[in-house]
Design a protein around this ligand. Structure first.
Ligand code: SF4
Ligand code: SF4
Length: 366
């Protein structure tokens, strides 16, 4: 069997349709002006021309997830005695996340460390992760706000992907990365890709050169603890923030959640839902005390988690994949890359001025 594959353009849709007969396939779809991941069906308007507005994290970490349901039964003879019956929701279907971007796939590896690589893995995240094959599309250009190459990633970075697809002139070049990804080469319509490898590499290198470098030539910014601790810096940087939380919801590496029980009289469900550290109530304690009552303290924590605390805990890995979504879609244009540039250790490379790609200059182009 060949090591790589090739799908001619005219067979592309049939290839995805074929996958959908074997697994639940999530694809980026155009709905109005928005690109969003949805389960594949023939009626969907698939869109691979630009990254989805929201990351596909919900495929493995649903926005609202029923963990289990419960039912109370009282003993009619001794009403003090109550039996509780729990039914876990662990039916995870075989899934293919198709058309994620390299920054999205890297995002799942940020989840993996706290959610699976611990003594107490999260069974819901782990179960879905194991059942999911991540097929990534290498980016064909860079987009407003992107800075993946400044946080160890890139437009064809393979971290977290099971297979990578690169668009070439006549079709799509397929590179398997894991055993799961290799199975794509056996799908009907996939030809030997070896003749297209050179063209795919050239495409990938060309896009890499387009990506904006907000921290100069460094591939991993080092945040100064001294600068980070200055509250005046944060107050000024976050003066215009609305605390809307959009940055956390769209981010492929934000994983805060809340748990609630929804009751009816004798039964109910325990539900895990996304939450965000940009909300006032996220840290509000039952006593009324709130350790992060202001928006600047909350954003400071968000940046600190991604660029200081997570790297400290996990071998210097930065918990931001530079996807640029929080920059593109922040309603008041708070720019995390600009903020981190201003927090770099004194003596680090001076931040580069703006982007060098025609699509990377304005946050309205995303
Ligand atoms: S998206 Fe912008 S305005 Fe909304 S919470 Fe994030 S930084 Fe603040
Ligand atoms: S912090 Fe912003 S740029 Fe970084 S991964 Fe999250 S949304 Fe993307």
């Amino acid at each position: 069997m060949a090591d790589t594959g090739f799908i001619p353009k005219e067979k592309w849709k049939a290839f995805i349709e074929g996958l959908s007969t074997k697994a639940q396939v999530w694809v980026p779809c155009l709905e109005g002006d928005t690109v969003i991941f949805r389960p594949f069906s023939k009626e969907r308007n698939l869109c691979f021309e630009r990254p989805a507005n929201s990351s596909p994290k919900s495929v493995i970490f649903p926005q609202s997830d029923t963990l289990f349901s419960f039912k109370f039964t009282k003993d009619p003879e001794t009403p003090q005695k109550v039996e509780v019956e729990l039914t876990e929701n662990k039916d995870f279907p075989k899934t293919i996340l198709f058309g994620a971007r390299p920054c999205d796939a890297r995002g799942f590896t940020v989840y993996d460390r706290p959610y699976t690589e611990t003594d107490t893995p999260d069974p819901y995240y782990k179960g879905r992760r194991e059942q999911t094959t991540i097929v990534t599309m290498a980016c064909q250009t860079s987009w407003a706000g992107c800075f993946c190459t400044s946080v160890e990633g890139g437009p064809a970075d393979k971290t977290g992907s099971d297979a990578m697809i690169t668009e070439v002139e006549k079709g799509y070049f397929v590179e398997p990365i894991t055993e799961k990804g290799k199975s794509l080469l056996q799908e009907p319509g996939v030809e030997d890709g070896s003749a297209y490898q050179g063209e795919a590499r050239k495409e990938q290198d060309a896009v890499r050169a387009m990506v904006r470098k907000p921290f100069g030539d460094t591939v991993r910014p080092k945040v100064s603890k001294e600068l980070f601790d200055k509250d005046e810096f944060w107050e000024e940087a976050l003066a215009k923030c609305l605390s809307c939380g959009a940055c956390t919801y769209l981010c492929p590496t934000c994983y805060c959640f809340n748990i609630t029980d929804e009751h009816q009289t004798d039964k109910g469900e325990r539900i895990r839902s996304w939450d965000g550290c940009m909300y006032y109530h996220f840290t509000l304690e039952a006593s009324g005390h709130n350790p992060r009552p202001t928006k600047f303290q909350r954003y400071k924590n968000r940046v600190g988690h991604k660029f200081l605390f997570y790297p400290e805990k996990y071998n210097n890995v930065i918990a931001c994949s530079g996807c640029g979504r929080c920059i593109r879609y922040c309603p008041v244009s708070v720019d995390i890359s600009e903020i981190v540039s201003n927090l770099q250790e004194p003596g680090a490379e001076a931040p580069a001025q703006g982007g060098n790609d025609k699509k990377a200059g304005s946050a309205s182009n995303g």
